[in-house]
Design a protein around this ligand. Structure first.
Ligand SMILES: Nc1nc2c(ncn2[C@@H]2O[C@H](COP(=O)(O)OP(=O)(O)OP(=O)(O)O)[C@@H](O)[C@H]2O)c(=O)[nH]1
Ligand SMILES: [Mg+2]
Length: 225
């Protein structure tokens, strides 16, 4: 008998789903379908107490995706607030920021620009660039994820939020600060390449509290629309 559940982790073809009662299953799809995303509500058929098959997704409130020359990749479903995580180090890509803002507009969801690593002296110049986006109406919030991320909490409360951005900007560090634990794996950045190392490899949904969810996502390098 089909049940409903939410996808809390997406590994491409394998998923973790969780029912409203809190049962967690390893899930696969039929016919190698990959059109499911973290945050999706789905109908599942349990196989046993640990495994289930995803039958279909329920109507989505929103869908974030990116596109390269070959295919469309789903980022997350049912998110209603996008936090674009930026930092002065490694070098931020302004085009990627603009594309993420466009994706938020296309999905009809609110966007916030996070200027993380505000403890670094390089941040001053980057904040100057970001003032343009603030003048367009996007909130720009400075964070120091190594201390805390408490100033993001009021903006996130009651929403399904996502951290999106380049590798190495501190999405998982912010996630851990909000969770108050070291749940999400955090990576070094490469000074030689001036980039992150793609530490987070799959989208993962966390509960911040009963009404508030947060998806930590893998770093983007390109972001076609
Ligand atoms: N100085 C400073 N370093 C930070 C801050 N936040 C994160 N970092 C460091 O930045 C590096 C990358 O952090 P991650 O949280 O792994 O970055 P990410 O955005 O999750 O990267 P991917 O998972 O690869 O997309 C780590 O070495 C963190 O310790 C901050 O506020 N200040
Ligand atoms: Mg990460």
């Amino acid at each position: 008998m089909p049940d409903t559940a939410q996808i809390t982790a997406s590994y491409g073809r394998r998923f973790i789903v969780r029912t409203p009662a809190g049962a967690v299953f390893d899930a696969t799809t039929r016919k190698k379908r990959v059109d499911f995303a973290c945050g999706d509500w789905v109908r599942i058929s349990p196989v046993n107490s640990e495994q289930a098959v995803i039958e279909d997704y329920l109507p989505r409130q929103s869908l974030l995706y990116r596109q390269d020359a070959w295919k469309t990749k789903l980022i997350a479903a049912n998110v209603d607030k996008l936090f674009i995580v930026t930092a002065a180090v490694p070098a931020p890509n302004e085009l990627l920021l603009q594309r993420a803002l466009l994706a938020a507009e296309a999905a009809g969801i609110g966007a916030v620009v996070v200027a993380n690593k505000a403890d670094l002296p390089e941040t001053a110049d980057w904040l100057e660039k970001l003032s343009f986006y603030e003048s367009l109406g996007y909130p720009v919030i400075e964070t120091r994820a190594l201390d805390n991320a408490d100033n993001l909490r009021p903006l996130m409360q009651g929403h399904t939020n996502i951290f999106l951005g380049q590798s190495g900007m501190g999405k998982s560090t912010l996630t851990n600060a909000l969770l108050g634990s070291d749940t999400a794996r955090v990576g070094e950045i490469s000074t030689a390449l001036d980039s992150g190392k793609h530490t987070t490899t799959h989208a993962q949904l966390y509960d911040l509290n009963e009404q508030t969810k947060l998806i930590d996502s893998p770093g983007l390098q390109e972001f076609g629309l």
